[in-house]
Design a binder for this molecule. Sequence first.
Ligand code: SF4
Length: 453
Amino acid sequence: MQRWKPVEVLIHKDVRKDPVVLSIRNNLRDVRVDVVESGLPQDVMAASRTLGVRTSLFNTITEGKKVLYVGPPGDVVDDFSIPDGRMVCPHFARLKLASNGCFYRCDWCYLKGTYRANRPYITAHVEYPRIEQQLQGRLRNSPEPILFNAGELADSLSMDHVMKAAEHFISWFGRQKKGYLLLLTKSDNVDHILHLPHNRQTIVAWSMNAPAVSRQFEKGAPSFQRRLEAARKVQEAGYDVRIRLDPIVPVDGWQEIYADAIRDIYAAIEPERVTLGTLRFEEQFYHIRKTIVSEALLRHMETMAPMFTPQPVRMKNRKTTTKSGKYSFSHEERAAIFKFAVKRYESTLRRPRLRCARNPQPSGKRLISICPGAGAFVSLVTRICPKRAGANHYILAWRKESHGTTGRSGLPVAIRPSCSAIQPFSKPLTRGAYGPEPGQRDRRKAERNAGGE
Ligand code: SF4
């Protein structure tokens, strides 16, 4: 199978002798490689022969995916947070081995709205020992295990035949006790990681979509079947595997095609977690949509509205109004999609799996927790790894400021992080199953007040 290669590589002068850079030069002999004096975006853009001529925003973004800039690490380890309080999941740590680090061309990719024409090229960081030091510093200062997400700004595996970053850090995390690595990918570039000493410290999550939706909107990415086959191989190699069925797009006949996708996923693998998300966009992406998405996606976007009202937040000692949150479908539409997918997944889980060489024990499974996140996604957990207690376990709880997600839908609103306890999910989802619904206390108070008059 032919693997991706850039048409142009720009190397920062400070890392030109790094072993990874030498290996890139060796493996990409027919690709033009230049050394640049600085990593400032304007200098990288000026040095590029591919990106020197500005055309439309869409073309610049597409051409940028052919150019690889390799630089020193800078601060590649940090904690992800959003200042306006809409983030209800635990704030995870990021490991930014690459940024804008993906050559696929998904129509909805939020990296297009983030890097746009200023930094349309792929940035990858080397000097892995310096990155290890940053990770060690973060782990040393934490009493709890930490999950480092390497898939926030990049596809974690698709470029690994060039950068060898996952290969390097899977082995490194395999020697840690408190640190876990989360790789998120749409790639089937997995053969090189199957025999690595991962020691179950790495989780690999596949971003999937129904085949028909994927064919239309996820250009350049491996097919549903190729991703599933890669996930199966990786699970057989002993890694924990997760699935993101995200974004679910309500195309014609969506119930049928997503039900088929859920069935096919569970027939091939047993993900410890499935995260469901609906189509959604950051405000700035939404506002430039007409220049960067296809007509087909635009039609879906024209029916969207902000998911919640802007909240005033204090940022760096000044009061300002933050972004108005993501744009998405109406509350009712999102709730219907989530309820449908949760139900399908639950019924698929309960069905005993066929006995075969891969699954000698035929067993049905049960959801043990549902972790919804601010209306944008819902995580369904089938297995809790005791090793990772504290890194990604949650207590389900109602949250008053629901960002308009639940209550009416019967889905729990939010989660609170917990280092030690998990509230098992054992009952069907019913209204109020996890405590008072948002607004319920206010209603009761109003009723009491009305009764007292
Ligand atoms: S795979 Fe992810 S990062 Fe890559 S283009 Fe698609 S959405 Fe963007």
